[in-house]
Structures are given as C-alpha cells and as structure tokens.
Design a protein around this ligand. Structure first.
Ligand code: PHE
Length: 479
C-alpha cells in the first residue's frame, strides 16, 4: 500500500522522542504513583510490568504497523484495511477527544502550580502557594481561574500542533524529553537523601504480593487500564504517529524502546513520590488523585525556603512538559483524521483551520471538568451539578458519576479503550493474520523476532486480557 504524500518525522530520534513524549505524561507522573500508592506498591508494579511485556509491546507494534502500512490516521487507516472496521477508527477518535477534555484541565492546573512556585522563588507568592491548606481548594473552586488556565494550556497545544509534525511536535519533543529526564533525576536524588525515604523504596521494590491475594481483580484492572493509558494505546495516537514513520525504521525495536522508556519514567516518578510520602507524609501513600497536587505540595512545603520553591517549580515544570507532549499527540490524532479526509477529497489539507476547530470543541467540552475543579470543586460549591445529579442518580454514586472527570474517564479509558484494543488485537490475530504484521515490520529490511509470541498475544492474551479488564470495569461502575 502506498503512503500518502505528507510530511513525516525528520529523524528516527525525533520519532522516538515524539512517541515517548506521547506516552510519558500525566499517566506516568500523576496516575502511576497514586494508583501504585493505593494498590499495594510492589504488587501493582509487578502486575504492571507483566502486562507491559505481554500485552503492551504487541499492541504497540500492532498500532505502529496499522499506521505505517496505511500511511493514514485511524479512521482512514481502518477503512483502508477493511470497511467493516471503520468503526474502530471512530472509536479511536472519540477516545482522545474525551481524554483531552480533562487532560487539558489537569495540564492547566499543573501550569498554575509551576508558575506559583516560580513566583514564590523570587519572593512574590502572589497566588499563595506557600499556604498548603488552601492553595488547591481555593484554586479548584474558582471556576474562572480553572477555565483561564485550561484555555492557556489548550492554546499552547494548538500553536504547536498547527506547526505540524516535523516543525512543531518533533522540535518540542527533541528538547523537552531529554530535559524531562534530567529534571527527574535531579528531583529523585534530592528526595533520596531525605531521612525516611527508604520506606518508599521498600514499599515499591520489597517483595510483597499480599494485596494480590485479597483483591487481584482490582489490581489487575487498575494496572491494565493504567498501562494502556500510559502507553497511549487504544486511542489513535500511536497509529497516527506510526503513519508518519519512515519505511526504513524498525518497528519492533522502536516499540520496545517506547515501552521501556515509558515504564522507566513511571518507575522514576514513583521513586520521587513514594519516598517523598515516607519522608514527609509519615508513609501515607494513599493520597489518591490529589497526590500529585496536595501531597506533593506538602512535600515542597516541608523542604521549605528557596529550595522547596525551586524543587516545586522543577517538579511541576517537568509534569508540564510531560503533559503537553502527550496532549499534543491526542490533538494530532484528531487533526490528522480531518487532514487526511481533505487530502482524500483532493482538497487543501487546511491543518491550521482544523486545529482551531478541534481546540474550540475541546475547550467547550472541557468546561464541565474545569468548572467542577476536576471533582475537587464538588465539595466546595461547584458551579455545576455532578453527572449523578444531572441524571437523577444521587442515590447510586458509583465512582463514574460523582464528578465530570470520572464520567469522561469511564467512557474513554474505562470502556472505549479496552473494547477498541480487544477488537484490534482480535482482528490482527484472526482476520489479517500475523503475516500482516511481519510483512510491514520486515519491510525495513530486518528480521521479525518472536513471531509465535506475538501471534499468541494477538490471538489470545490481549483479547482475553481486555475482556477481563472490561468485566472488572463494568462491574465496578455499574454493579
Ligand atoms: N500516555 C499519556 C500519559 O501517560 C496519555 C495519552 C493517552 C496520550 C492516549 C495519548 C494517547 O499521560
């Protein structure tokens, strides 16, 4: 199949940085530590690693193959492979859209934290970052402020994506990703030398599988959802980046690099947050979704003075880089679907206009998340009713209807993603067959390795694994 005539990544390094940039995001630095903290530390890490090796790599290869073989974004790619599967392309677009609607809000909050610490470093604590008991609450219940920061974050994304793959996304990630690694290392070393930090490493790496005996399904489902989200799988982003990948480059090798780097960053983020909980928060790792904000703020507060503010700034700046390189891949997945459509119809691509339209749509649908302060505002006089109130379900709060973030997350990460990944793996394993994957991978002149392993992954492990995850999600949401 011919590639469409469109610009791609300038180098393989650029591709890897962009794909790692997509993978490494709030999922790694916000989601991974808090989920690990709530799900038994080592036990969670163990299941996560098993899933990344046995499912993550194969699905990553599958998505890169679909993208590169067709040279198209998800909808057009699936349509080209088989009309019957076009719906998968639509699902792979609904997902990034829904995710962007809360990701942009979180991104805005991270920016506000970074700016708050930057000001505090220079002695102007205008936004009250030093006041740990009120900063988060005051900010998240202030609808106007939440909306403004969300909009700023959306505009930054739009500017970069409008500049295109090579000019915008690749350039940002080539610099941003190496910086992120360096800052992570600095903060890790700082936390490591704090008294009490040892407890955090013990929690993460000390062999303890007790939590699996009591609640295996919850750990499995949380780790699997986290793994897919963190690797940007099942949401069109990797298919899209794959479509820009040069035919010369090796898909399997790149997939392994992306999975290893993403997992490494998640573990590194854990090695900041977990020891910090032991050093500064008496070993309380169960801060939940607020861990990145409220608990880490407490950590920087305890450090105190200029160093506390500097570390706070570095940390949130790092989260900002990670978040933006991920959200731009989601916006690119949406944008390229429309660009491809225009090109197919023989029209001008119109990238800029498309980016603006999607940015506006995301801004509108992000409003509920911004206005209820990603759920935090619910208790503090939210401007909006919760989904439960809106749907008249106040008696049946199930973890998906108590705030808008949970509602969007249930639809995307909870349902669309596992269903999409399950059908994709099934289609590769049983309909298009292994040769489909092998042929594309070998087109760069290298030998495909582990054919039998990949075959079992597509045919059995991934579809069955996803079915179990879906079962776990649905029972926890609705029963
Ligand atoms: N992987 C990103 C993260 O960990 C989020 C993301 C999901 C990005 C899906 C693109 C596609 O935060």
């Amino acid at each position: 199949m011919e590639k469409t005539n469109r610009e791609g990544f300038a180098s393989n390094f650029g591709f890897i940085m962009a794909a790692v940039g997509s993978a490494v995001g709030l999922g790694n630095i916000w989601g991974f530590p808090y989920k690990m903290g709530m799900n038994g530390g080592f036990a969670f890490l163990l299941i996560y690693l098993v899933l990344a090796i046995f499912i993550g790599i194969a699905v990553m290869v599958g998505e890169l193959v679909i993208g590169r073989k067709t040279g198209l974004s998800p909808i057009a790619a699936y349509r080209k492979l088989s009309k019957k599967f076009t719906f998968l392309g639509y699902m792979a677009l609904a997902c990034p859209f829904l995710i962007l609607c809360f990701y942009m809000v979180l991104g805005g909050m991270v920016m506000r934290y970074a700016c708050g610490y930057l000001l505090a470093m220079f002695g102007v604590d205008t936004w009250g970052v030093a006041d740990i008991s009120t900063y988060f609450g005051v900010f998240t219940t202030n609808g106007t402020s939440m909306v403004i920061w969300t909009l700023i974050f959306i505009v930054i994304n739009a500017v970069i994506v409008a500049a295109g793959i090579g000019g915008g996304i690749e350039k940002f990630c080539n610099i941003g990703m190496p910086c992120l690694f360096v800052i992570l290392l600095i903060v890790i070393v700082y936390v490591a030398v704090q008294p009490g930090a040892m407890g955090g490493y013990q929690f993460m790496f000390g062999f303890n599988i007790e939590p699996l005996k009591t609640d295996f399904l919850t750990v499995l489902k949380t780790a699997a959802g986290q793994m897919f989200f963190s690797l940007s799988l099942g949401m069109g982003a990797i298919i899209t980046y794959g479509s820009y990948l040069n035919k010369k480059e090796k898909i399997q090798k790149n997939a392994v690099i992306i999975v290893v780097m993403d997992t490494l960053v998640a573990i590194m983020a854990g090695m900041i947050v977990m020891p910090a909980c032991y050093a500064f928060l008496d070993g309380n790792t169960k801060g939940g979704p607020g861990l990145l904000f409220q608990s880490m703020q407490m950590v920087f507060h305890n450090m105190g003075g200029f160093i506390g503010n500097l570390m706070g700034f570095l940390f949130y700046f790092l989260v900002f880089i990670a978040a933006i390189s991920s959200s731009m891949s989601l916006l690119e997945a949406l944008t390229s679907s429309r660009v491809d459509r225009n090109v197919e119809a023989g029209k001008a691509p119109n990238r800029r206009k498309i980016v603006i339209v999607f940015a506006i749509l995301v801004a509108i649908f992000a409003l509920p998340n911004a206005l209820d302060g990603i759920g935090a505002g619910v208790a503090g006089g939210a401007t909006l009713p919760t989904p439960a109130e809106l749907f008249g379900m106040t008696d049946a709060v199930k973890g998906w209807n108590d705030c808008w973030l949970d509602f969007y997350d249930m639809l995307s990460e909870g349902i669309l993603m596992p269903v999409g990944a399950m059908i994709m793996a099934f289609a590769i394993g049983w309909i298009w067959k292994m040769d489909f994957v092998v042929e594309e991978c070998e087109s760069s002149g290298c030998k495909f390795w582990g054919k039998a392993f990949f075959n079992i992954c597509y045919k059995f492990i991934t579809p069955i694994g996803m079915l179990v995850v879906l079962y776990g999600q649905i029972t926890s949401y609705f029963f």
